[in-house]
Design a binder for this molecule. Structure first.
Ligand code: NAD
Ligand code: LMR
Length: 331
């Protein structure tokens, strides 16, 4: 069984553990925010060798946090050590885009990281491990991981689009002047990239549809959708660094919904299974119902109009093209 495991200790592996997202994420894992106030955890922190000194400082801070639920911490640069018996793996570490790098160069660096990590997870993680890929390009990294993690069912692997989901809910709330908790029915389709489709067609606030209040489909296309699609880039422009606090919060939300269940429909990039005409073999963000214990189902039966279909196809085509590039790099 995956989690919660109140009488046992949950083994949680985090990669890129000395990076900026992990610095906001690790306290949320250690203090019970993610897996609940009864769940003891062991942390396995993976970094590349040049970052191990920085990682030792992060570990000192975790120790100094005196978290009662945190049983032990292992720091390593070996994926076979980090992933041994892991119940949950949060894959934040990835090769960053550097100036002058083409998309294919970035993909080629990450394909080899996620191939290695997929093989290691497959060999040593718990058979029931639940994996979320955060490092970009997250959907395609998850696809590569899944190909090499032959012992892990593709549905136990996901990529993070909860940050985009949260951004969309927050923008609806902001525009309508309501609390974000009252917003429901938002979802993200497709890739965690600027082609993603943040869908508010069926969204409500306090049970009342919001589309007309947002100005109707045309205004949403012109003003709302691009804000969500470009939000990551806007944060980078303003901060000089990519979003980290909000990304960590979204990872916490993603794992809590997946493992503990959620009454609301949320967005997760998961293995496509033909639903909504999205072919198997890519990781595509869908509206999902999280049933708890690491189970989810893609919400079925949503009527897709021409407006939505255009967006959904564009982001699907981007993912198919990323898949082809990744496959050719692997060959
Ligand atoms: P960061 O550069 O601060 O940290 C990344 C860490 O990963 C670094 O410490 C680096 O040493 C480590 N790392 C690199 N390769 C590794 C490997 N093979 N194994 C283990 N660790 C490795 O970056 P960050 O701000 O924490 O962001 C991490 C990733 O998350 C980036 O790819 C970023 O684009 C992505 N991101 C995704 C989302 C999302 O919603 N999916 C949101 C924000 C950021
Ligand atoms: C985000 O959505 O904030 C990040 O994925 C942006 C990035 O390129 O790291």
């Amino acid at each position: 069984m995956v989690t919660p495991k109140p009488n046992e200790t949950l083994v949680v592996a985090v990669t890129g553990a000395a990076g900026q997202i992990s610095y906001s994420l690790l306290p949320l894992l250690a203090n019970g925010t993610v897996f609940g106030p009864q769940q003891r955890i062991q942390l396995r922190l993976l970094e590349i060798p040049p970052a191990l000194t920085a990682l030792s400082g992060v570990t000192m801070e975790l120790i100094d946090g005196a978290y009662p639920l945190l049983e032990s911490i292992i720091e390593t640069s070996d994926p076979m050590v980090a992933f041994r018996n892991a119940d949950v793996a949060i894959l934040v570490g990835a090769f960053p885009r550097k100036q002058g790098m083409e998309r294919k160069d970035l993909l080629s660096k990450n394909v080899s990281i996620f191939k290695t990590q997929g093989e290691a997870l497959s060999q040593v993680a718990s058979r029931d491990v639940r994996v979320v890929v955060v490092g970009n390009p997250a959907n395609t990294n998850a696809m590569v991981l899944s190909r090499f993690a032959v012992n892990i069912p593709p549905r136990n692997i996901s990529a993070l689009t909860r940050l985009d989901h949260n951004r969309a809910c927050a923008q609806v709330a902001h525009k309508l002047g309501v609390s974000v908790g009252s917003v429901d029915g938002v979802c993200i389709w497709g890739n965690h990239s600027s082609t993603q489709y943040p869908d508010v067609i069926r969204a409500t606030a306090d049970g009342v549809p919001v589309l007309a209040k947002l100005g109707g489909a045309e205004t949403v296309a012109e003003h709302f959708i691009p804000v969500i699609q470009k939000r990551g880039a806007a944060v980078i422009k303003a901060r000089g660094l990519s979003s980290a606090m909000s990304a960590a919060n979204a990872i916490a939300d993603h794992m809590r919904s997946w493992i503990c269940g959620d009454d609301k429909i949320v967005s997760m990039a998961v293995a496509a299974d033909g639903s909504y005409g999205i072919p198997e073999g890519i990781y595509y963000s869908f509206p999902v119902r999280c049933l708890g214990r690491g189970e989810y189902e893609i919400v079925q039966g949503i009527e897709i109009d021409e407006f939505s279909k255009r967006y959904m196809d564009a982001t699907k085509d981007e993912l198919l093209s990323e898949r082809d590039d990744a496959v050719s790099l692997l060959a």
